[in-house]
Design a protein around this ligand. Structure first.
Ligand code: GAP
Length: 572
């Protein structure tokens, strides 16, 4: 493999723009930072990435997908803590007037722990740092908190404030009671959502990495707080070993430590089996870094980021896996007045003794009339003495003599208890994954003595799955190629017909957009009904009978067979 000499980011973004993966949004009006358009190939690739995620979380893990609005009323985000606390530290360059992330300016100036400093301390720390926009030393600046939510009003007038959601998660929390019923009142259960989230990022200058509108794929898994160490499928990953950059190792500037998931949970390095299970499930070509205690979101007791290495951006957080405890459900229960609990029935009822106070209703009812209900309720909760019970109704103190109630000690069966579930949340950023896919796929090598640009996309995410070329657009070769293309479409395989230009140029065009396989219909086809099938990466070709094409290409795309496993005697 020949490494590209210049900046991979520039090369990838140039190709992405040219070939219809990613475009600046509303370009004719001057693009706005933090927003992108997915072009025809990008949108298709993104859909395929999302569907792989769906396959993991819906089909294999068994959590159904829901879809909530992207705008919600203010109460939702007051409860979630976003109205009060979802902000970044901002300052304005006094020279070029650009708004800047103060903690990022500090980090670029090698100042550590910037995100947890007080605003005044951060302002003092960055006076000698350079503005990333105009490269001038900042000098004195004010640092203040900037809330990242986009606000709006719901309906005409301005009475009802709404916000564009900054995470898809809250929709799943506020639907808790309905989800609980859907899953027949049994824990654990989960819901997933793929959709747009919005954050008014202060200075998004990192392409697809930091956007103001982006797609998240999140799972919220509701579990009994005492069951977090009993994931039903944990045995799958008990011995799975992977490097972990724990917060203690980060503080000591040490490298990640490798250990099994069992060891990580038993040593208390990962909070519980649920978090460890989703860390292992997500792990591949990634590293996992634990959040430092003062870096964690207000709701999390443990959080691990899956980070992908990018030559341009360093380690980029792409997935966050957090134990959100009962924070969100408690907050929404308090804000909305709707209980968000689950009744957990015990295997065997538990016996418990209790003291009941039974009022003499006929006497007390007549005596207290309109207040009688309050008197009964207060009496039931009172601590009686042999002389009677003292209760309070509003400001009034009342003594109820002992002969007006009976005290009964009884043993009762308790069938179960109400608990507030904890939530384990794997949260994936689809756009960052798409960028990582593009960046890791980008390559250059030599083909036929010329430089070739090739996107080595996995066939599972490549937008076009197979290209079909007639060697010449005549002599019936074009008709055969057209028929083959239609046959692929009937099998839901995205095939692109191309008869334009020299065959070598057509291969190059498809290599550049990552099409993994290409078929050429030539004059031999007319003799024996076979075509050539070419592999993008090795550029090897085999001859395949036309009736076997859809099955062979389908199996290659789904990864059921490899190109090298195709019969060598078919090699052209
Ligand atoms: N519900 C939890 C949550 O939203 P987060 O770490 O703020 O946690 C989860 O976001 C993922 O969403 C991140 O790992 C990242 O991939 C993606 N993400 C967050 N902010 C983003 C942005 N401004 N642009 C693109 N992706 C973003």
């Amino acid at each position: 493999m020949i490494q590209c000499s210049d900046d991979v980011f520039e090369n990838v973004m140039d190709l992405a723009r040219r070939r219809g993966f990613i475009w600046p949004t509303s370009e004719c009006y001057g693009a706005v930072a933090g927003f992108i358009d997915y072009g025809p190939l990008g949108a298709m690739m993104k859909r395929r990435v999302e569907n792989i995620w769906r396959d993991f979380y819906i089909v294999r893990e068994g959590y159904y997908e829901i879809e909530c609005p992207t705008i919600a009323q203010e109460a939702v985000f007051i409860a979630s803590g976003h109205v009060k606390g979802f902000s970044d530290k901002m300052c304005q360059c006094p020279h070029c007037r650009e708004y800047l992330r103060a903690d990022h300016v500090a980090e670029a100036g090698n100042i550590t722990n910037a995100s947890v400093m007080k605003n005044e301390d951060l302002a003092a720390a960055i006076t000698s740092c350079r503005c990333p926009a105009c490269d001038t030393i900042l000098g004195n600046v004010e640092v203040f908190n900037f809330n990242l939510m986009f606000s709006t009003t719901i309906g005409p007038g301005s009475q009802r404030t709404g916000y564009l959601r900054p995470e898809t998660a809250q929709g799943m929390f506020v639907d808790f009671s309905r989800l609980l019923r859907f899953y027949r009142d049994k824990l654990p259960f989960g819901a997933v959502q793929i959709g747009k989230s919005y954050r008014n990022e202060i200075s998004p200058r990192q392409g697809m990495i930091r956007l103001r509108e982006f797609t998240q794929a999140e799972a919220e898994i509701f579990v009994h707080p005492n069951e977090k160490n009993h994931h039903p499928s944990f045995q799958r990953y008990t011995d799975y070993r992977m490097p972990l950059l724990t917060f203690t190792r980060q503080l000591k500037c040490e490298d990640p430590v490798e250990m099994s998931m069992r060891e990580a949970v038993d040593k208390g390095i990962i909070a519980n089996e649920y978090v460890a299970y989703y860390v292992a499930l997500t792990h591949e070509r990634l590293r996992f870094r634990q959040h430092l205690p003062d870096e964690r979101a207000h709701y999390a007791t443990d959080c691990w980021d899956a980070e992908v290495f990018s030559p341009r951006f360093g380690w980029v957080e792409t997935v966050g896996i957090a134990d959100r405890t009962d924070y969100d459900l408690n907050a929404h229960a308090a804000q909305s007045g709707t209980p968000m609990t689950v009744f957990i029935q015990y295997d065997e009822p538990k016996k418990t003794s209790r003291r009941r106070i039974i009022p003499n209703m006929s006497v007390l009812g007549k005596q207290y009339r309109t207040k009688a209900k309050a008197v009964f309720a207060a009496l039931e909760a009172a601590l009686p003495t042999p002389e009677g019970a003292d209760i309070e109704i509003g400001d009034e103190k009342i003594h109820i003599p002992a002969h007006l109630f009976e005290v009964r000690d009884e043993v009762i069966d308790i069938r179960g208890e109400y608990i507030v579930p904890h939530v384990i949340e794997p949260s994936y950023g689809i756009d960052r994954m798409c960028y990582a896919v593009l960046e890791q796929a980008f390559d250059e090598d030599i083909a036929d003595g010329e430089k070739r640009t090739v996107m080595r996309l996995s066939p599972k995410v490549a937008p076009v799955q197979v290209a079909v070329f007639p060697l010449m657009a005549r002599d019936g070769l074009d008709t055969i190629a057209d028929d083959i293309t239609r046959t692929f479409h009937k099998k839901s395989i995205l095939a692109e017909y191309d008869d334009n230009g020299a065959i070598g140029r057509r291969y190059r065009r498809q290599d550049e957009i990552g099409t993994p396989f290409a078929i050429t219909v030539d004059y031999t086809t007319k003799e024996n009904n076979t075509v050539t099938l070419r592999d993008r990466d090795s550029m090897e070709q085999v001859r395949i009978p036309i009736p076997e094409l859809t099955e062979t290409v389908g199996a290659l795309v789904e990864g059921r067979i490899t190109f090298t496993s195709l019969h060598r005697d078919k090699t052209v």
